[in-house]
Write a new protein. Structure first.
Length: 209
């Protein structure tokens, strides 16, 4: 029975088989052939060639090379001039002219009419805000009148008149601030009335014979 120190516990004859395999491998390795040395190659160095300037052409940049376009940024002075430009016919700054038609109560309504009559069509931005402010005042006046008529019939609607007036006053002051800051204001539901007022109220309206 093999002991625990044997190399292979499953095959007791493993040592003898290993020795026999080694002897067979050694016998097959000894062929007895003559050793032949390799022939020595002659040391040969090719002649060094010296290159001159004619062997190298001058560097030429590829045709059609991309040249980035130059974009000149606007100078701060130019931006300031646009912000402080004066509107034709009235002599006021553009941000003031675009803001005053939104002033609440009847002041903005009257100013909107005056600006549309005075300003030429070349002042498109100022005319647009004058027409839109006038349209907003007419819409508020119409709703306030309807609520007043209904309130005269029933007392339940009278508080709504005050609430509506307060809300619209706050909204108009917000429009005044936005227009003064140069921010866009577009009342889409008044677009039709705005376009009609801008088209009908022009400097030529009262100059027709």
């Amino acid at each position: 029975m093999p002991s625990k120190y044997d190399t292979n516990q499953l095959d007791p004859d493993f040592p003898e088989k290993a020795k026999a395999a080694a002897a067979t491998a050694q016998a097959s390795a000894e062929t007895g052939g003559e050793t032949r040395p390799f022939a020595n190659t002659e040391n040969y160095e090719q002649e060094t060639r010296e290159f001159g300037p004619r062997d190298f052409g001058a560097y030429q940049a590829p045709q059609g090379a991309y040249a980035p376009a130059f974009y000149a940024s606007s100078a701060p002075a130019a931006v300031e001039d646009v912000r402080n430009r004066r509107v034709d016919k009235v002599g006021l700054k553009e941000n003031i002219v675009t803001a005053i038609p939104y002033i609440p109560w009847y002041f903005g309504l009257v100013v909107g009419i005056i600006l549309l009559v005075l300003l030429p069509k070349s002042e498109a931005k100022s005319r647009f805000h004058a027409a839109q402010g006038l349209a907003a005042h007419l819409g508020i006046l119409l709703v306030t009148t309807l609520l007043g008529v209904v309130g005269s019939i029933t007392n339940a609607v009278r508080p709504a008149v005050g609430i509506f007036s307060a809300i619209t006053t706050i909204i108009l002051f917000v429009f005044v601030y936005k227009a003064w800051r140069g921010r866009p204001i577009h009342l889409e539901f008044l677009e039709g009335l705005t376009d009609w007022l801008e088209e009908k109220l022009t400097p030529d309206t009262f100059n027709k014979k």
